[in-house]
Design a protein around this ligand. Structure first.
Ligand SMILES: Nc1nc2c(ncn2[C@@H]2O[C@H](COP(=O)(O)OP(=O)(O)OP(=O)(O)O)[C@@H](O)[C@H]2O)c(=O)[nH]1
Ligand SMILES: [Mg+2]
Length: 319
């Protein structure tokens, strides 16, 4: 989704690169004065073109934030900060336009004169003004560079029916998505192993036609108000809010996760209040350690018990 955004250079790197481009340019003419004049003009022109094209490509390749699917809008705001991102894109766009304008107003002076010293002086002046414009937006270039690195890690979300797995930390959410799909998020015996959204896929053949579904692993959630949730938990909430056609709520009754079952139950109640329109499938994991005897679906991601039945149950409930 965001793979096309180029790596963003800072002001110094950008200016160095564009100047390096110009060094190779050498125009030949039998008339020595013409040769110097044409070379200076060609180098200046290349410097400006290279620079403005790079600046333009940064702005162009960042997505139009208001037109993105809501899930992306929300995680961009959580992980990057939408207002800052817009401001930085605006600043870089301003720099491109201003560089271009400076050059357009100086261009005639370059082409009209025959005086080499004046020409060199003008070239220096243009380079100086342009450099100071680019340096003025350095902090925005640095911000865009960071943003690009973060955007590159965002999962590719498709417009297909989607099941989101939610639950307390360490209950086995990532283990479950590993059982059900080819996605391989990290599994570990400590809470908050998963720090971002992972996407896997499920398939079902309906009348010879293969249907594709998404299964999403989320970071663990604690039972606390939305306003107290950290950035990692907020991503899980964003996935539930914008992507879920079905929520699989995973319990760990064995409490080997380190969280009491009553707390897990309390959170289920609160999450259900938050997402009233979405169907919930309640599942108890780690049945190899602990079987509560309740009527909920029981699985073990360790032994594989109940996994195929759960897969069928999920597929039958997705639209
Ligand atoms: N005995 C047993 N252990 C399990 C089972 N499922 C998961 N585990 C273990 O529980 C621990 C947590 O598993 P994860 O899949 O990382 O849990 P998670 O819910 O994704 O955890 P976070 O990403 O931290 O929220 C790991 O040590 C798993 O090996 C199970 O069915 N039985
Ligand atoms: Mg996990």
């Amino acid at each position: 989704m965001f793979q096309k955004i180029p790596s963003v250079l800072n002001a110094k790197q950008l200016l160095d690169q564009s100047i390096r481009r110009t060094k190779k340019i050498q125009i030949h003419d039998r008339d020595k004065r013409y040769e110097i004049k044409k070379t200076i003009i060609a180098r200046t022109e290349t410097f400006i073109t290279d620079l403005t094209q790079r600046l333009e490509s940064y702005v162009k390749h960042f997505p139009s934030l208001d037109r993105l699917p809501l899930f992306y809008q929300e995680i961009i705001d959580i992980k990057i900060d939408t207002d800052k991102l817009k401001k930085s894109l605006g600043a870089v766009d301003w720099a491109r336009k201003t560089v271009d304008m400076v050059y357009q107003t100086q261009r005639n002076a370059l082409t009209k004169t025959g005086n080499i010293d004046f020409l060199k002086q003008k070239q220096k002046e243009i380079y100086g003004r342009v450099s100071s414009i680019v340096k003025q937006v350095n902090k925005h270039l640095v911000f865009l560079s960071e943003a690009q690195k973060i955007l590159k890690t965002f999962p590719n979300i498709e417009e297909v029916p989607t099941v989101v797995i939610a639950g307390y930390p360490n209950v086995g959410k990532s283990s479950l998505i590993r059982q059900l799909s080819a996605a391989k998020p990290e599994v570990a015996q400590y809470p908050f192993t998963t720090k971002q959204i992972f996407v896997g896929h499920l398939e079902k053949t309906v009348r010879y036609e293969k249907k594709r579904y998404q299964i999403i692993d989320t970071p663990g959630l604690l039972d606390r108000p939305l306003s107290e949730r950290n950035e990692i938990e907020q991503q899980a909430i964003a996935a539930l809010r914008h992507l879920a056609d079905l929520i699989v709520f995973l319990f760990d009754p064995s409490e080997t996760s380190g969280y009491p079952l009553v707390e897990q139950q309390q959170m289920l109640t609160n999450i259900q209040k938050l997402f009233r329109d979405v169907p919930f499938l309640i599942v108890e994991n780690k049945v190899d350690i602990m079987n509560t005897g309740s009527s909920y679906t029981k699985i073990s991601c360790k032994t594989g018990q109940g996994i195929e039945e759960l897969r069928q149950e999920i597929l039958s409930q997705l639209p």
